[in-house]
Design a protein around this ligand. Structure first.
Ligand SMILES: [Mn+2]
Length: 351
């Protein structure tokens, strides 16, 4: 029995990408899910497990219709869904009344329920959120009931306000596999036993690293899983070191080169670091060669030669100012005061 485990698709999320590309990115998240369905079809995957937060917010009725249409076209795949904290079963949630196609099974209960697939000797267990937060440890006694030879738990959460989970506890529940959702970073908690699929596509600018799904197979020899990178884009936090000889044009070229190498399809947060020519202050607004830089932080420090400045300014206010503050370490507030003060005094003088 082959399965694909996804989680945290966050359909309808407001992606952090800059307003001009927002709509395109929203569609991309849907497209990624469609691509997963194509994999299910082409690889003859029997089970698609969706471990919560399929939607970023309460789903609209027409969105469920679209989704169900896509699921209904799967010829070999059964789909099992639980609701997470983002798409929790609000009293008037369309999830509660929606009629899914017969290959789609949504668990609509706050208590652990079981969906059985005798054809695959398989039982899938899970519960859905009915509130935004759940602080009880709902999974601590959710033991596998051995209704079928193979048993899988879908679980969503793992932090203090979203079903706290202890790893040791999960291992003792007796499942062949536990498909987790909620944490956006994919991580295998216990090899071939417990994993967070992570967000299918990165949603937040801090969802760096690879994103995708878990591909698994259960046979008489047990469960085998692997993470498959699948997202169309990554968020990359890139530090660029400047030096005192680097001009603004050169920096611009360096940024473009880094983006060429790491992929123009990705979305960047750039951090400028190192020592810059004190005469230069980089204009960060111009450092977006391809329109995919969403944030730039300038942490560069001016490369003043304080010894020479002090020597050359003996007996005047600039020399005295340097002498007063030069002994503080580079990361101190005093050093920042020194740099800013020197800049101000030199500009006054120039004027
Ligand atoms: Mn969640």
């Amino acid at each position: 029995m082959r399965f694909i485990h996804i989680a945290d698709i966050h359909l309808g999320a407001d992606p952090y990408i800059g307003s001009s590309r927002k709509e395109k990115r929203e569609k991309e998240i849907w497209t990624s899910l469609e691509r997963v369905l194509e994999v299910c079809e082409s690889k003859h995957v029997e089970m698609l497990l969706i471990a919560g937060d399929l939607f970023h917010r309460q789903p609209l009725r027409r969105e469920l219709k679209e989704l169900d249409y896509l699921f209904s076209k799967l010829t070999m795949t059964e789909v099992v869904i639980i609701a997470g904290n983002h798409d929790y079963l609000k009293r008037d949630s369309y999830y509660r009344t929606f009629q899914w196609s017969k290959n789609v099974h949504m668990i609509l209960d706050r208590e652990i329920q079981c969906v059985e697939f005798p054809a695959y000797s398989l039982a899938i267990y899970g519960m859905s959120y009915d509130t935004k937060q759940i602080t009880e440890e709902c999974y601590c006694d959710a033991f596998a009931q051995r209704r079928q030879p193979y048993e899988i738990l879908l679980a969503h959460g793992g932090d203090d306000s979203h079903i706290p989970i202890k790893k040791e506890n999960l291992l003792g529940l007796g499942y062949d596999y536990i498909a987790m959702g909620h944490i956006h970073k994919p991580q295998i908690i216990c090899p071939d036993k417990i994993a967070y699929a992570g967000a299918l596509e990165p949603i937040d600018k801090n969802d760096t690293g690879a994103h995708g799904y878990i591909y698994g197979e259960i046979t008489t020899k047990g469960c085998r899983i692997r993470f498959v990178p699948f997202a169309m884009r990554s968020y990359i936090h890139q530090t660029i070191e400047v030096n005192p000889s680097m001009t603004e044009h050169e920096l611009k070229e360096t940024v473009a080169k880094v983006i060429d190498e790491k992929g123009k399809e990705n979305i960047y947060k750039i951090i400028l670091d190192g020592m810059r020519d004190p005469e230069i202050s980089y204009n960060v607004d111009t450092l977006d060669p391809y329109g995919n830089v969403i944030e730039i932080t300038d942490q560069t420090r001016p490369a003043y030669q304080f010894d020479k400045l002090k020597e050359a300014n003996k007996g005047n206010i600039l020399g005295a100012f340097v002498a007063e503050l030069e002994q503080y370490p580079e990361n101190s507030m005093e050093h920042q005061v020194l740099c800013e003060g020197v800049r101000a005094l030199m500009e006054t003088r120039r004027g």
